[in-house]
Unconditional design. Structure first.
Lengths: 308, 303
């Protein structure tokens, strides 16, 4: 009996540092969401968090009303959802496609080399990537702009023309993430029992039929898990991509402003903590609902593939 | 000699097409970096005349010479990046291993609770603004190394990966046997579990190190005003807007600094910074890759 208590205490001592971290940096901020209903003011006499909170006025849903009254909001939500939906589908198709291609290459050394090269961008930050983009699109020195100038074409001022950015951002996203998810899928494909393919081949299945009837069904659990996780993040955007790759250029906001960058800019530029919290809260709530629904749907279709 | 070809392989023309697609994609992945390296070795004169080019008119080491000449801030940040990465990764690993080990122990009384405590943060959170306010005012995180490391100390995803790794590689009987032999909980973890789980620990460690090395947002939020603690990535971010940031924060005095700022090979210098950031990653890359691929395939098992 005494041994059992001691064991429990020791194990608790192991989770304690982590649990304290989760409490301080994840759970207190959740409680901090009430800032969305307050007009956050620093209490000058003794500016501790609790004092600031206690002395800030309740404003009810005012912050949310502002949020929805703003004409930007619709555009921001459209951008966030639009990019995510296109990228989830595109990412899925491309990375499964690349994984299947890699698996079909008969020289395994060469396939390994491809794998190594295409995984590389995943290891770089968006700040670094933003310089890569700049090398091509810089308004005076960029490769593409100087090529346009040399050939007497109209030089496009890339960093002031929002209409090109949906394409540019999509290319960046594909460039950085396809290699990574292709490798995940490839690992799952190589794990498929080869006798399934042999049986299919003996029955006269073409390569295409084998992919359709053997490879894809085997990948289903993995596709489902990654889909749930992506759908759960459908209201979240990759901050670095949307902030640093367009060089924080204001004239590109119509195409590059997403919820995450909006929350950040509201927080830092106007220090409007209430508004920023309100926007973040909408994002969290919708994301939470999305992940629950996605998980429900998947578990309805295929119970083993759900996340929880 | 005829190469062995599996019976069930795609036809040769199709495979040739596959090679072409893959070659194109791989080139796209690497060429921007090669291009940036070339620009960093291009003379300012050549950039002014023909812009950035794969075939510059004139090569030059100017940019790198400048990084040595006036790079106090640069080397300080380089050191910061290494320091934050090493210390941060060690701390993260220690906390992550302990937490996930307890979650792995089926006989831990509060296992369910602490699993949920961690998992819930994956699907719900306070958002940026409250987290920022709490970190700044409650925890007093600003302008220190702690302000960069603490906010990214734990990642619930890595915790779950680690636990899954324990589940798949450490047999429960081993732990029971150790307990019967009188081994304490901590010494079982250190002497038995950690050595068996080295590949998993390496994976999580490398992913964590990469995250610390590449982070620029958290330094921007919490140490933005203090050049002493900013890492390389944030420095690079700042030089996007103002290249003279480098000079301003070195110890040089007004006139000297401004004269240097004027003669700065701005464009190639920026690209040289990019190269300096990526080089350590490129060197560690072959090593990283192997472990990360090995680990991701384990971690993707449902928890």
């Amino acid at each position: 009996m005494k041994g059992k208590t001691k064991k429990t205490l020791l194990l608790i001592s192991m989770v304690l540092p982590g649990a304290i971290w989760f409490f301080l940096l994840r759970y207190i901020p959740m409680a901090g969401m009430i800032l969305a209903f307050k007009d956050y003011k620093v209490y000058v006499r003794d500016p501790s968090f609790w004092n600031n909170m206690a002395h800030s006025k309740w404003v009810g849903f005012k912050n949310f009303k502002f949020l929805f009254a703003s004409t930007d909001t619709g555009r921001i939500i459209r951008n966030t959802l639009g990019y995510n939906i296109v990228w989830i589908i595109l990412g899925l198709v491309l990375s499964v496609g690349v994984a299947i291609i890699l698996n079909e290459i008969t020289r395994k050394r060469v396939a390994k080399a491809y794998q190594t090269l295409m995984f590389f961008p995943y290891f770089l930050s968006w700040v670094v990537a933003s310089y890569f983009v700049l090398a091509f699109l810089d308004p005076t020195r960029g490769l593409i702009t100087s090529w346009q100038a040399k050939n007497g074409m109209d030089v496009i001022n890339w960093y002031h023309e929002p209409k090109y950015w949906p394409v540019i951002l999509t290319i960046c996203n594909v460039w950085k993430n396809t290699g990574y998810s292709a490798i995940l899928y490839l690992a799952a494909i190589t794990g498929i029992d080869t006798t399934q393919y042999e049986a299919a081949a003996i029955d006269g299945a073409t390569k295409w039929q084998q992919i359709k009837h053997v490879t894809l069904p085997n990948l289903r659990p993995m596709i489902c898990i990654l889909l749930i996780m992506n759908v759960g993040k459908i209201f979240n955007a990759d901050f670095g991509l949307f902030y640093s790759v367009p060089l924080n250029s204001g004239s590109l906001f119509p195409a590059t402003q997403v919820i995450d960058t909006y929350v950040y800019r509201t927080l830092t530029a106007t220090s409007n903590i209430g508004m920023s919290t309100a926007a973040g809260m909408m994002q969290q709530l919708v994301g939470f609902i999305c992940i629950i629904i996605a998980n429900k749907v998947v578990s309805r279709i295929d119970a083993d593939s759900s996340l929880f | 000699m005829k190469k062995y070809r599996p019976v069930n392989a795609v036809s040769r023309p199709v495979e040739a097409l596959f090679h072409m697609i893959m070659l194109f994609f791989c080139l796209c992945c690497v060429i921007p970096f090669v291009f940036v390296i070339i620009i960093s070795f291009t003379s300012q004169q050549s950039i002014r005349e023909i812009g950035y080019s794969f075939l510059p008119k004139e090569w030059s080491l100017e940019a790198y010479r400048y990084t040595f000449k006036m790079g106090q801030q640069l080397w300080r940040s380089y050191f910061n990046s290494f320091f934050i990465t090493v210390v941060g990764t060690l701390l993260t690993l220690a906390v992550t291993i302990m937490y996930s080990y307890a979650l792995f122990r089926k006989d831990f009384k509060f296992r369910k609770f602490f699993t949920f405590f961690c998992f819930f943060t994956m699907i719900f959170g306070g958002g940026l603004a409250p987290t920022y306010v709490v970190c700044k005012t409650v925890l007093g995180l600003s302008n220190s190394y702690a302000a960069v490391i603490v906010p990214m100390l734990l990642n619930p995803f890595n915790l779950i990966v680690m636990r899954t790794f324990f589940q798949s590689s450490v047999p429960m009987e081993l732990i029971e046997a150790a307990a019967i032999d009188g081994s304490g909980e901590y010494s079982t973890l250190l002497r038995i579990v950690v050595p068996i789980s080295k590949p998993g620990i390496a994976t999580v460690g490398l992913l964590t190190a990469l995250a610390y090395w590449n982070e620029w947002f958290i330094p921007k939020l919490y140490v933005g005003s203090d050049p002493k603690h900013i890492p390389l990535q944030y420095l690079l971010m700042e030089t996007q807007e103002k290249i003279d940031f480098l000079v301003k924060n070195s110890s040089m005095i007004g006139a000297e600094a401004s004269s240097i700022a004027k003669s700065l090979p701005q464009d190639s210098l920026r690209m040289a910074l990019v190269v300096l950031i990526v080089v350590p990653i490129a060197f560690a890359y072959p090593f990283f890759q192997r472990y990360i691929i090995a680990g991701l395939t384990v971690g993707s098992v449902k928890g």
